[in-house]
Design a protein around this ligand. Structure first.
Ligand code: ATP
Ligand code: MG
Length: 590
């Protein structure tokens, strides 16, 4: 239950709606409880008239005109009123639960967005999704229906108790004895049903994934003539599925008979004990009719308590999972609302970084300084720590040791949003949204017009490719950009970064999927475009075409060489080796 306490803030938020709902529940039950009393009156009155009168014809006429007709009308009226308030009750409480569901989804989504890379590495996407969908809707079953049924049962029970007690306390007791037993039975049956349904669900997913794998690998299967084997496997799983379904059906078939048995028992007791009391003269026959109706009225609300209990348990488990995520605080937080970024260059001061999850030290004691407007290349073999360097600069991770300064100020003290728009990284793993090409380019810059978008597409040497697409710039790129080639995607992300016109641009291996001719074009553009910008170009290829003020060569997380192109070549170290290798490759491909 303690997990569900975190939902109280929502109940408080919607307290007026909830309060109104409770009033409606009260009213609907009030009209409900009045009905048996009208019936009691009708029965007693009829019996009275019959015993008083001797002429059977006048009796029928009298009784019908005086009692039955208008009590029937009254009962109808009460039923209508009750129905009306039941409608209002659902309109307030169930609608409240939808509002809470809405709020909770938003709360989780906003929280997700604040969490950092570490969180996303440690938790699977499927898990994130299921908490925001399935778990939230299970919680809704608690804040809506479960709460509604509990309040309803409590109010109805109290009302019925009062009227029954007034008639005859002893008879009231006998009538109520079987009901707690009913609730217990339903709870137990419900738990068994839940458990069995869960098992069926598991088996169903085994079955579907077995089928899915078979069909997606059908060509291999047929080629190796293994149909028989998978058929056997599928049949075995299917038999298990059937067995579990049958077992559930058996439990479910006990459900209703149990309810009717216990309700019947209650009715039997009332008629038996009540009958004796009528003979004694303590109660009237109408009271028996009334009691039987009360028992029937209580049956469903009490029976629903078993269901409610199961729902509350599920909701608590779900809320626990939701709270787990909500309580995660991002390591990387925005330290200040002060938006300005100090002018000046970038400095890495003895930076070391170890990935928390793998324990891999990706960068060791890295120091360099880059003045505004300077261009730097970071070169190194795969796994040498180049991308890590970019992630640290924009605080996707924080350094383990040392510090990164912009304009002399530590990045950890700068406004996070400003920092990330000051330094734009074109990441190595391109990502396009399933939207149009132009929206993918203008992403986050709503004010740019189509003309500008085209201009930047030209800068990134991708305009020609885009024009070839069926709807040119308005083409939908498909999920993650499946419609496009790797190189086209890369260049679109370059255009995306350029259009936001950042002061510092970091290009992480962004030309790996383009051919050397396109590379040549882009690099020529870069010479102009980056003229007044600070740029860090991460690459494992050496671009002799671009002028770099500084080149650092990374190996296993450390800077092994540093200098300008010619100096590094003269040194005949790792840079020289990489360069020679590249020249060889280029010769071979020509
Ligand atoms: N998210 C991560 N979690 C844990 N370890 C990581 C993560 N990303 C990278 N590493 C490790 O850090 C080291 C440096 O990786 P990094 O991605 O910076 O290399 P890189 O120089 O960019 O390589 P490439 O040229 O292949 O892109 C590698 O040993 C890698 O295994
Ligand atoms: Mg990389």
């Amino acid at each position: 239950m303690k997990y569900l306490a975190s939902l109280n803030k929502y109940f408080w938020k919607y307290r007026w709606r909830l309060g109104l709902g409770i009033i409606f529940i009260f009213l609907s039950n009030l009209f409900g409880v009045l009905t048996p009393q009208v019936v009691r009156f009708a029965v007693d009155e009829t019996i009275d008239e019959v015993t008083k009168s001797h002429n059977s014809n006048t009796v029928v006429g009298n009784v019908f005109a005086h009692t039955i007709l208008w009590t029937a009308a009254l009962i109808l009226g009460l039923a209508l009123l009750r129905g009306l308030f039941l409608f209002f009750m659902r309109q307030t409480i169930i609608v409240m639960s939808r509002y809470i569901e809405f709020d909770q989804k938003n709360e989780l989504y906003n929280h997700y967005q604040q969490l950092d890379s570490n969180f996303y590495k440690e938790n699977a996407t499927g898990d994130l999704m299921s908490r925001i969908t399935e778990d939230v809707s299970r919680v809704r079953m608690y804040v809506g229906p479960a709460v509604m049924y509990v309040i309803n049962t409590v109010i109805l029970f109290a009302m019925v108790m009062v009227v029954m007690w007034n008639v005859n306390p002893e008879l009231a007791m006998y009538a109520l004895i079987p009901l707690p037993l009913l609730a217990l039975c339903i709870f137990l049956l419900n738990s068994v049903i839940e458990r069995k349904s869960e098992k069926i669900q598991q088996q169903l997913s085994t079955l579907t994934s077995a089928a899915q794998e078979t069909f997606s690998g059908i060509r291999v299967l047929k080629a190796y003539t293994q149909e028989f084997l998978t058929e056997k496997f599928f049949e075995k799983e299917n038999i298990e599925y059937k067995r579990r379904q049958m077992s559930l059906a058996k439990t479910e078939s006990v459900f209703f008979p149990t309810i009717f048995l216990l309700v019947g028992l209650s009715t039997l007791l009332v008629i038996f004990i009540g009958g004796k009391k009528v003979i004694e003269g303590t109660i009237t026959p109408g009271n028996i009719a009334e009691f039987v109706m009360y028992i029937n009225m209580l049956t469903w609300p009490i029976a629903s308590m078993g269901w409610v209990l199961a729902q509350v348990q599920r909701a608590a488990a779900s809320q626990k999972r939701i709270n787990e995520f909500l309580s995660v605080q991002p390591d990387i937080k925005n330290p200040t609302e002060e938006k300005s970024i100090p002018k000046g260059g970038i400095e890495f001061h003895r930076v070391s970084f170890t990935y928390r999850n793998t324990g891999i030290t990706a960068l060791k004691n890295i120091s360099f300084r880059l003045l505004p407007g300077e261009k730097m290349a970071v070169i190194g073999r795969t796994g040498s720590g180049k991308s890590t360097l970019a992630s640290l600069l924009t605080r996707h991770y924080d350094v383990s040791e040392g510090g990164i300064l912009i304009g002399g100020k530590d990045v950890r003290a700068l406004n996070l949003e400003e920092l990330r728009s000051h330094v734009r990284v074109v990441p190595q793993d391109v990502f396009l949204f399933s939207d149009t090409v132009s929206n993918n380019i203008s992403f986050g810059n709503d004010h740019v017009n189509n003309h500008t978008i085209k201009e930047y597409a030209v800068h990134a040497s991708v305009a020609n490719d885009i024009e070839q697409l069926p709807d040119a710039f308005e083409t939908m790129v498909g999920e993650r950009g499946v419609m496009l080639s790797g190189g086209q995607k890369q260049r679109i992300t370059i255009a995306r970064a350029l259009i936001s016109n950042p002061a510092v641009l970091v290009l992480d291996d962004c030309l790996s999927a383009v051919d050397s001719k396109t590379e040549y074009h882009i690099l020529r553009q870069f010479n102009q475009l980056l003229e007044h910008k600070t740029a860090i170009v991460i690459t494992h290829r050496i671009f002799s075409l671009l002028h770099f003020d500084k080149i650092i060569v990374l190996d296993k997380g450390s800077i092994v060489e540093e200098g300008k192109h010619e100096e590094l070549l003269r040194r005949q170290g790792l840079y020289y080796q990489l360069y020679e290798l590249q020249k060889q490759e280029e010769k071979n491909t020509l």
